[in-house]
Design a protein around this ligand. Structure first.
Ligand code: 5RP
Length: 215
């Protein structure tokens, strides 16, 4: 699987143009993209990072990491996913970086998602859906999500996000209307963000393989 991730990460380099500030996601597939991006570091203007983990890797390659508040809109965002449906709607947040990932996806003109073939599904929800919550609202949000979706919320104990919050993983979902579920969960007090990327799906999905497949 890591070879498929590497092939997807390297293919995404084709979307990088000279002078760009590139939005960069989080995870093991993105790590391959960052390593490939390092070869172009003198041709790009820098990167906006979705996590401390990616920031460290970018800086270790000498790539300048910029603040989204200073850059304004971005031309390109490259990130992985935990699941991807045929409409390029995603579940993300397995690495607990969902909120910053969502912010950068929203700020970007083109979202290129890089996955291995095992991430493709017909219906989202086999992968437990991550929800970032304000710590004091953890049990309230868990009860409300159970009532709203019928899914089983499990607290990802020991994980604190880069924003100082906690994560609930919702098990047992079959998400037939991802836009409606994203909207409904977003509205619950105490929810910071939900790892459904349906209202702003990917624009291009690269499935790693020989050759890579473009969706
Ligand atoms: C992090 C994410 C990642 O993109 C997702 O978990 C996929 O990770 P990997 O590339 O390691 O399989 O959403 O919050």
């Amino acid at each position: 699987m890591s070879e498929a991730k590497r092939l997807a990460g390297e293919k995404a380099i084709e979307y990088v143009e000279d002078g760009m500030i590139v939005g960069v996601g989080t995870g093991s597939t993105v790590a391959f993209f960052i390593d490939a991006l390092a070869r172009l570091r003198h041709r790009i203007a820098g990167a906006v990072s979705s996590s401390e983990q990616s920031t460290q890797r970018l800086r270790s390659h000498g790539i300048e990491v910029l603040e989204l508040n200073d850059t304004g809109p971005l031309p390109l965002y490259v990130d992985g996913a935990d699941e991807c449906d045929p409409h390029k709607r995603l579940i993300k947040g397995g690495g607990a970086a969902l909120t910053r990932e969502k912010i950068i996806a929203q700020a970007s003109a083109k979202f290129v998602c890089i996955i291995d073939p095992g991430k493709r599904v017909d219906v989202l929800g086999r992968f437990p859906l991550p929800v970032e919550v304000i710590p004091m609202a953890r049990s309230l949000v868990a009860r409300e999500i159970l009532a709203l979706t019928g899914g089983q919320p499990v607290w990802r104990q020991g994980t604190t996000t880069d924003n100082g919050n906690w994560v609930l993983d919702i098990h047992g979902l079959a998400i037939t209307d991802p836009v409606a579920m994203e909207t409904a969960i977003n509205q619950l007090p105490g929810v910071v963000s939900v790892g459904l990327f349906a209202r702003r799906p990917a624009d291009v999905v690269i499935v790693g393989g020989e050759p890579p497949l473009l969706l």
